[in-house]
Design a protein around this ligand. Structure first.
Ligand code: F6P
Length: 325
């Protein structure tokens, strides 16, 4: 056990449903273990700006069901610089904050890892991102809600697709990862899932449109956002050019995937990980992300959580192919 008495808590990067449930879990667990908690607004930028306030058990009442983050979020450019991090360290010292819990995704953990090493400052990360693109946890907080929101929207699009015998190209979020597209594609009964930079998926779609069943009354194709803007519109343009007989439309779901009430799965995940993060800090550990693998709490060095390229499970693509007969 360590002597830490006061911890700081922040959310950073893109907001994700379930971040509030994680905030609640951290604050309540910290109080349970007799720690003081300081909430930091707008991520790492809030440390530099000294935008902090003490949190008690009531400050997290009635938030488990709310989307967004009561701590606000942001991507801090200043914290990416040595000067900004020095300022941050000085502010933390001034406020007597001895450790941090940071809820976020890739960018958050890269920044947290640098800071933890540079100043030997205890930090534990909680995976909060709709992208599910971190190593060391089967699911990130927010992913389940986002894919359920996407499925709900696609079911509605399917009504129009059926009524007009259309092919819809639907873009979901995921700049660096196609995991939202993949799972949503299976769940929505998609014709194909296209993850930019894996051109074979586009070929698979062409093949299905050319040689597959012609009497389908609707078709949904899932596209992951990818790094280039307008991925779905570009694919829509190519499909229209190659298959002018299909009545093709493009729909981009956008930020609705980041909002809304978290699902039960995200609330439970956030609650378990939030408690585990506090306990891990008290064990004297630092520079780790707390995750859940096969139902068990796991700890992954922050640098490993962000380091690896997420590989797309080919079984999922195969399932899409088999079931789109
Ligand atoms: O990382 C979460 C995420 O929603 C990605 O899926 C998406 O590419 C990105 O954030 C969008 O970020 P912003 O809201 O800053 O445009």
């Amino acid at each position: 056990m360590t002597q830490i008495k006061k911890i700081g808590l922040l959310t950073s990067g893109g907001d994700a449903p379930g971040m509030n449930a994680a905030i609640r879990a951290v604050v309540r667990a910290a109080i349970y273990y007799e720690l003081e908690v300081i909430g930091i607004r707008r991520g790492f930028e809030g440390i530099i700006n000294d935008d902090c306030f003490p949190m008690d058990r009531k400050s997290v009442s009635n938030i488990i069901q709310r989307g967004g983050t009561i701590l606000k979020s942001g991507r801090s450019e200043r914290f990416a610089t040595p000067v900004g991090r020095k300022l941050a360290f000085e502010q933390l010292k001034k406020n007597g904050i001895e450790a941090l819990i940071a809820i976020g995704g890739n960018g958050t953990f890269i920044a947290a890892d640098i800071f933890a090493k540079e100043y030997n400052f205890p930090i534990i990360g909680l995976p909060g991102t709709i992208d599910n693109d971190l190593i060391g946890t089967d699911f990130t907080i927010g992913y389940d809600t986002a894919i359920n929101t996407a499925i709900d929207a696609i079911d509605k699009i399917r009504d129009t697709a059926e009524s007009h015998a259309r092919l819809f190209i639907v873009e979901v979020m995921g700049r660096d990862s196609g995991l939202i597209a993949l799972r949503t594609g299976v769940g929505a009964g998609a014709e194909a899932v296209i993850i930019p930079d894996t051109s074979s998926n586009l070929d698979a779609l062409y093949h299905r449109l050319e040689f597959g069943r012609k009497d389908k009354s609707s078709r949904i194709v899932l596209v992951a956002e990818g790094e280039e803007p307008n991925a779905a519109f570009e694919i829509g343009r190519m499909v229209k050019e190659k298959f002018p007989n299909y009545d093709t439309r493009v729909s981009v779901l956008g930020h609705i995937q980041r909002g809304g009430k978290p699902t039960c799965m995200d609330r439970v995940l956030a609650s378990r990980l939030g408690v585990a993060a506090v306990e891990r800090l008290l064990e004297g550990k630092s520079g780790e992300m707390v995750g859940l693998v096969h139902g068990e709490i796991t700890y992954t060095p922050l640098e490993n959580a962000v380091k690896h390229h997420i590989t797309i499970n080919p079984n999922f693509l195969k399932i899409v192919e088999i079931l789109s007969l």
